[in-house]
Design a binder for this molecule. Structure first.
Ligand code: DER
Length: 229
């Protein structure tokens, strides 16, 4: 499966940038899952020492424990050296849409705080304009669902409440909130839209990551071989 190959390769490339003694932000999603696995492998082999991770979700926490990556919390560190995280879309200015895993609230805290935020994506995530292939996730507190839906429509969005697949009713985030996925025809000014959305009473965080990513690692398959650029 070429996509899986790309995700593994780019996850490994990110994990290889972690140096002993680092505090590492651990992102959420299937691509970052490989990076966490490879960090664990490097710890087991002794090649890497004294790593401590800050998870961005229950998923990251479970994976880190499974692969033997020690964890701590943001109140126990004064910096994060590298955050590794995925994305649903990446534009040419390195702005992102994230939140496919409904984890974007904690991800933005960790990714923005890190000295270096490394994004790991397969080449299918690269877009010219944000919003062209992926709905924009917005985390809202449940009691404000109705007014936030109306406010998002006023901004030109077409919002829909994210329903669970193996859970009846709406998806519930790690904070106990709802996620609204929003279709915008075009997102001309991501920075402005990010601010406008977060200024709606009841909105906790949205999946636009503007000016946060430092390095984009892209997994591709060339002549059947996975490469990273
Ligand atoms: O939820 C998130 O923001 C994840 O990082 C997601 O956007 C990327 O997940 P994937 O690597 O499984 O595509």
């Amino acid at each position: 499966d070429p996509i899986k190959l790309m995700k593994q390769e780019v996850g490994k490339a990110a994990a290889n940038r972690v140096q002993s003694g680092m505090i590492v932000g651990l992102g959420t999603g299937s691509t970052t899952a490989y990076a966490i696995e490879f960090i664990g492998n490097r710890l087991k082999s002794g090649e890497l020492k004294d790593i401590i991770g800050i998870p961005t979700s229950f998923q990251a926490e479970v994976l880190a424990k499974k692969h033997g990556v020690p964890l701590t919390t943001l109140d126990a560190v004064d910096h994060i050296d590298i955050a590794i995280d995925g994305a649903d879309e990446v534009d040419p200015q390195k702005n992102l849409i994230k939140g496919g895993g409904a984890a974007h609230t904690r991800e933005k805290v960790v990714d923005a705080f890190a000295d270096q935020f490394i994004v790991v994506v397969d080449s299918g995530k690269l877009v010219e304009k944000l919003g062209s292939t992926f709905l924009l996730p917005v985390e809202v507190i449940p009691m404000a669902l109705a007014p936030t839906l109306r406010a998002i429509e006023k901004l030109g969005g077409k919002p829909e409440l994210r329903e669970g697949i193996r859970k009846a009713g709406p998806v519930i985030t790690d904070q106990g909130n709802f996620v609204i996925d929003v279709k915008f025809n075009t997102i001309e000014n991501p920075a402005e839209l990010e601010k406008a959305l977060n200024n709606i009473p009841g909105v906790l965080e949205n999946g636009l990551f503007v000016g946060v990513a430092d390095l984009i690692l892209v997994g591709e398959v060339q002549e059947g071989q996975p490469v990273v650029r």
